[in-house]
Design a protein around this ligand. Structure first.
Ligand code: WQD
Length: 337
């Protein structure tokens, strides 16, 4: 199949691109490079060997340019990753998030309709489950996004449902990620945050590298075994595999399908820190600080649906996530990225 990846030079998109190329698909990446670098394209091609990805610099808010790409290629499917994803930033500039994430998605669906593209896999997030304490989260758990970023994911999911209801022969697959971490085993692609990292693993890596003095652990008084927050960390390579399995499974279907992509294991912040120290032999200095606004105590997936329907079995361990994150960081410095 010819697959369009919006946001394909980003963290998740680049790893899915490698999986798609390795599965024999042709891939076109459309990305505005607002949160990624063009050098990823060359490194994706290096990993994928003889197949190569096509790149088009494109902003989904520019409908005319988007149409040109749909006119140039006869896409069989779209995987939609493009979107801003910083929870904290979304609170301070919600319109930026709604215009980019929601309007961009509407433009994408308009182009798909006009050019008769019938399949879309959407990069959603466990953030749509909100602050519920009723864990693990199932695909049928109530949705209650509590920040503008999470609400853009929720709204786009609803727009996709309505779009599929109005266009019965369309296949929509919604994948709800828990906490993606890690990097491709080659060390050539990985998470490459600009500025001071928001997320836990990139911050731990920056402390290990001496770029940050110490890790602030946001809250040590949660009702969890060690008092720190619990999350469902999933290796980005396992996440990428979930996308190709979903597309393969549903490529002849019509309807709307939703899957949680998480390991189904809750890991605390302290457990992550200790695992990183053990695996990489590096001490991570940390202090306990105030809770972070908007954090929930525990979030982890019920992932049996992806397992039973897609045959998806996440195999990477927490040790793999820590080892691969650190390898990627060291390589990215060697490659002067
Ligand atoms: C994990 C845990 C923090 C940094 C968010 C989005 C989600 C997805 C992943 C986009 C929390 C703690 C963190 C630090 C810390 N993003 N922490 N010190 O908030 O679970 O999920 O990122 O798709 O949609 O909601 O991930 O990595 O920010 O935090 O103590 O310096 O680590 O409190 O408990 P989060 P995170």
């Amino acid at each position: 199949m010819i697959v369009l990846l919006t946001g394909g030079t980003g963290y998740i998109g680049s790893h899915v691109c490698v999986e798609l190329l390795n599965s024999g698909h042709d891939v076109v990446i459309a990305d505005n490079l607002s949160n990624s670098k063009i050098g990823v394209v060359e490194r994706i091609n290096k990993i994928a060997g003889n197949s190569s990805v096509v790149f088009r610099k494109l902003d989904l808010r520019d409908y005319e340019s988007l149409e040109l790409v749909f006119h140039e290629f006869q896409f069989d499917a779209v995987m939609h990753f493009a979107g801003y994803k910083a929870v904290g930033e979304s609170v301070y500039c919600p319109l930026k998030y709604y215009e980019n994430n929601v309007q961009g998605s509407i433009n994408l669906l308009k182009a798909m309709l006009k050019y008769n593209v019938k399949r879309i896999v959407f990069s959603s997030s466990a953030t749509v489950y909100g602050m519920s304490e009723d864990v693990p989260f199932h695909e049928y758990s109530p949705l209650n996004a509590v920040n503008p970023y999470g609400r853009t994911k929720f709204f786009i999911e609803e727009i996709l449902r309505d779009f599929q209801t109005a266009n019965k022969d369309v296949m929509v697959c919604i994948l709800r990620y828990f906490n993606p971490v890690g990097a491709h085993k080659s060390g050539l692609i990985g998470e490459d945050p600009t500025g001071i990292p928001n997320n836990l693993m990139p911050f731990i890596v920056h402390v290990a590298a001496g770029e940050q003095k110490k890790l602030s652990i946001f809250g040590s008084d949660y009702s969890t075994p060690d008092g720190t927050c619990v999350r469902d960390y999933i290796h980005v390579a396992d996440l990428a595999l979930g996308h190709t399995l979903a597309l393969e499974k549903h490529k002849q279907d019509s309807g709307c399908f939703v899957y949680n992509l998480g390991r189904g294991k809750g890991i605390s912040v302290l457990q992550m820190v200790r695992t990183f120290q053990k695996v990489n032999g590096i001490m991570i200095d940390y202090e306990f600080s105030e809770r972070r606004e908007g954090d929930i105590a525990v979030s982890y997936a019920a992932n049996t649906k992806a397992y039973s329907v897609l045959g998806w079995k996440p195999e990477n361990t927490l040790e793999d996530m820590c080892r691969d994150s650190w390898r990627w960081y060291k390589n990215s410095k060697l490659m002067k990225l």
